[in-house]
Design a protein around this ligand. Structure first.
Ligand SMILES: Cc1cc2nc3c(=O)[nH]c(=O)nc-3n(C[C@H](O)[C@H](O)[C@H](O)COP(=O)(O)O)c2cc1C
Length: 216
């Protein structure tokens, strides 16, 4: 594997990230930077590689304005350059597994028959889940993408704010997510911090490493 960073530069990226409360609405993420960030979403890992998600990227002012009231009027929704909604599949089924198997066969140029064991294993795993377990499982996958996205953003000097403060049912309605079988889980605003953001200068509060990491 190639290395791109030093431990020190990674530490800077990790600690310069903070949940940005106020963005500078005059600044837009450049196209090439956004393309790389989009790649952090598309390439996010998921259980079995099932990718039970859609990432809705909102940049249009009118739509941001529509979404803000159903996100507890948080200013990040309209001030950030990009507002991303992480949505999970509501009704994951054998069809989704078949679609994945088709894709693996195509990308890796292998016969579908060779993937039968893998397919049946995934069927079994899905069938054993209750509806609630499946819903939680799908949501968890979205959080993995969210984490990867925020770190990627920080590495590229882009500020973010992860946001659970959304009214999922209302967001779903505005974005027409229910119709396509998805539901919003979490959101993330991305852009550039405003010089007026008072939280930018606050020290990061974390428990001491010794309290969090158990080394054995
Ligand atoms: C899943 C999740 C949901 C969050 N939801 C919101 C939110 O709706 N609005 C907000 O301003 N901050 C939100 N935050 C930001 C947290 O409050 C913040 O990450 C935490 O206080 C730690 O601060 P730091 O990220 O600046 O280090 C959320 C964070 C996470 C991880």
């Amino acid at each position: 594997m190639q290395t791109f960073l030093t431990p020190n530069s990674l530490e800077i990226a990790l600690t310069q990230r903070y949940a940005t409360k106020r963005f500078d609405s005059s600044k837009t993420i450049p196209k090439d930077t956004w393309v790389a960030l989009e790649s952090s979403l598309v390439n996010a890992p998921s259980s079995y590689g099932i990718q039970p998600w859609k990432f809705i990227v909102v940049t249009h002012e009118a739509l941001k304005k529509q979404l803000q009231p159903v996100c507890y009027n948080q200013p990040q929704v309209i001030e950030a350059s990009h507002f991303i909604i992480f949505a999970s599949k509501t009704n994951l089924s054998h069809q989704d597994i078949d679609r994945l198997v088709d894709r693996i066969a195509f990308v890796r140029k292998v016969a579908k028959e060779n993937l039968l064991d893998y397919k049946n294993m995934m069927y079994g795993s899905l069938d054993r889940q209750t509806e609630d377990e499946r819903k939680n499982w799908n949501s968890r996958q979205c959080y993995i993408a969210l984490g990867q996205f925020m770190l990627a953003a920080s590495l590229l000097g882009i500020d973010t704010c992860p946001m659970e403060g959304i009214v999922s049912s209302e967001v779903d309605q505005i974005l027409g997510l229910r119709e396509i079988g998805y539901t919003s889980v979490v959101a993330c605003a991305a852009g550039y911090r405003s010089s007026q953001d008072a939280t930018a200068v606050l020290a990061k509060v974390r428990f001491r490493k010794e309290e969090v990491v158990i080394s054995k």
